[in-house]
Design a protein around this ligand. Structure first.
Ligand code: NDP
Ligand code: 8X3
Length: 253
């Protein structure tokens, strides 16, 4: 049977780009997200185009019980996951700590940190008997630096940074690789979600410089996954050429 990649947050942006890249490489896919219509459309397109098989998992990574049920119901042969891409995540709001919305904070911590943990607990237990596997955590430049008003989103991505290091230690005896991929600015639906549907505000984030696109990140992830068995890339920070730090961007109108 072909290799299997499980990708969370596969309905848009980086996750969707990874689905395309891994499908093109002949992987069968388990694609997880909440938006059923979108996921079904992407899955059918990839199955037709690349003659692969896809299992669609409609789940919210924040909901431990239904997430567990939706994953555990997969047939045994689909639990032989070779690559897990922990990508589902979001930012909500960009406000100073005294003005932040506590519901936004809950959402970011529950998705970016706790959701990633729940998926990892389940899938790492599937990988352990095989004594192999590769877990890719999507961190961020926001997990390496803190920028004004980024407070809780940055904290959630710093948690991903710490968890990636912790997982690498804990899963070492089981032959499981752990890589953290940390993008700078990638033009996806990320900013539309951060600004709660305000498309104009979101567009301004990427104005007057060339941001990364989701395929750039999928390409880097494929590079990492396709290294020889004895090589692991622990950590990768990928920025647009026009971006030096989280906040220093060379915008040229
Ligand atoms: P998008 O908004 O385009 O995609 C986010 C994906 O996550 C969607 O498929 C969404 O699917 C899924 N998702 C969000 N919440 C949940 C949830 N509770 N349960 C299941 N799936 C969920 O953004 P990106 O592609 O940019 O973001 C992907 C990852 O990359 C995130 O972790 C983000 O923090 C990180 N990142 C992004 C950067 C950027 O500049 N864009 C830079 C650095 C890191 P659905 O709504 O259908 O559930
Ligand atoms: C997303 C990139 O710069 O908005 O993680 O934090 S940034």
């Amino acid at each position: 049977m072909s290799k299997i990649a499980l990708i969370t947050g596969a309905t848009s942006g980086i996750g969707e780009a990874c689905a395309h890249t891994f499908a093109q490489q002949g992987y069968n896919l388990v694609l997880l997200a909440r938006r059923e219509d979108r996921l079904a459309k992407i899955a059918h397109h990839l199955e037709d185009k690349y003659a692969i098989t896809i299992k669609q998992v409609f789940a919210d990574v924040r909901d431990k019980e239904s997430l567990t049920a939706a994953l555990e119901v997969l047939p045994a042969e689909w639990k032989k996951v070779d690559v897990l891409i922990n990508n589902a995540g979001l930012s909500q709001g960009l406000d100073p700590i005294d003005k932040g919305d506590t519901n936004d904070w809950d959402n970011m911590i529950d998705t970016n940190v706790k959701g990633l943990l729940y998926v990892t607990k389940i899938v790492s237990n599937w990988m352990i008997p095989n004594h192999s596997g590769h877990i890719i955590n999507i961190g961020s430049i926001a997990g390496k630096e803190v920028y004004p008003n980024g407070n809780v989103y940055c904290a959630s991505k710093h948690a991903v940074d710490a968890l990636s290091k912790g997982m690498r230690i804990d899963l070492l005896p089981h032959g499981i690789k752990v890589t953290e991929i940390n993008p700078g600015m990638v033009e996806t639906e990320f900013s539309v979600v951060r600004f709660k549907g305000d498309e104009d505000r979101a567009k301004k984030v990427y104005e007057n410089f060339e941001p990364l696109i989701a395929d750039d990140i999928a390409d880097a992830i494929w590079y990492v996954v396709s290294r020889p068995k004895h090589v692991n890339i622990n950590d990768m920070l990928i920025m647009p050429t026009a971006q030096a730090t989280a906040t220093i961007i060379n915008r040229t109108p």
